[in-house]
Design a protein around this ligand. Structure first.
Ligand SMILES: C[S@@+](CC[C@H](N)C(=O)[O-])C[C@H]1O[C@@H](n2cnc3c(N)ncnc32)[C@H](O)[C@@H]1O
Length: 205
């Protein structure tokens, strides 16, 4: 059986499932790629509000999101962002990127299939020199070897001075990767999340 035929069948299946809700699409992503998704449930509204509370939206022209999944955070970032700001959402899972393109008819949003490790190239390809804020929902504790440290280093490089790396995860593993690059790391715990969520803000001073 030809691979293009297989691909066409896969695309048809995805199109048929396009009507499913975000939870359905998230679970489907988790079942297909449990290690890369790293969570069976999307983040809670309490987590979203706490993570985004430290963003100065008046100083945000470019916001980058890693691992948007089905857009749990994306929607709230778009609601808070200025009309002339840009959001680049990067996910390795093409099903999630297709889903985001269907879900959000917002010209400020650029969903990109790719790895957060390539953030500098992706930001440059979109015509920017740096990002003001980078948000991560990546499962740092289950990412392949060296990917976490590389993402932390690349994120520090892509941020402007005064910019911030916002990280939420179920474990504190991400902090280990942030420490070599970010001098100031604020920390919080959000209990109203399943499971409770660790939050870190790494500031580029
Ligand atoms: C725990 S889910 C986050 C879902 C969502 N942001 C939320 O708040 O519910 C992790 C996401 O990271 C994506 N991912 C894993 N490795 C990645 C990488 N290297 N670069 C970009 N995205 C990645 C997965 O495909 C998945 O969508």
């Amino acid at each position: 059986m030809s691979s293009s035929w297989e691909e066409a069948r896969r695309e048809n299946r995805i199109a048929r499932n396009a009507g499913g809700g975000p939870l359905w699409h998230f679970l489907r992503g988790f079942i297909k790629h449990p290690v890369m998704v790293g969570a069976a449930l999307p983040s809670s509204k309490a987590t979203i509000d706490k993570v985004l509370a430290k963003v100065d939206w008046s100083k945000c022209k470019l916001f980058v999101e890693y691992g948007p999944g089905v857009g749990t955070f994306t929607e709230h970032v778009l609601n808070r962002m200025a009309p002339d700001a840009t959001l680049i959402a990067i996910d390795t899972n093409p099903d999630f990127i297709r889903y985001l393109r269907r879900k959000f008819a917002d010209s400020r949003l650029f969903p990109v299939t790719g790895s957060a490790a390539d953030v500098r190239q992706i930001v440059a390809d979109c015509g920017f020199d740096h990002a003001d804020y980078v948000l991560s929902g990546l499962p740092f504790s289950t990412l392949p070897n060296n990917v976490g440290p590389e993402i932390a280093a690349e994120t520090h490089e892509v941020l402007r001075p005064g910019g911030c790396f916002l990280v939420y995860q179920y474990t504190a593993k991400a902090r280990d990767f942030m420490v070599p690059h970010f001098e100031r790391i604020d920390r919080a715990l959000e209990w109203l999340n399943i499971p409770p969520c660790q939050i870190f803000w790494g500031w580029k001073d």
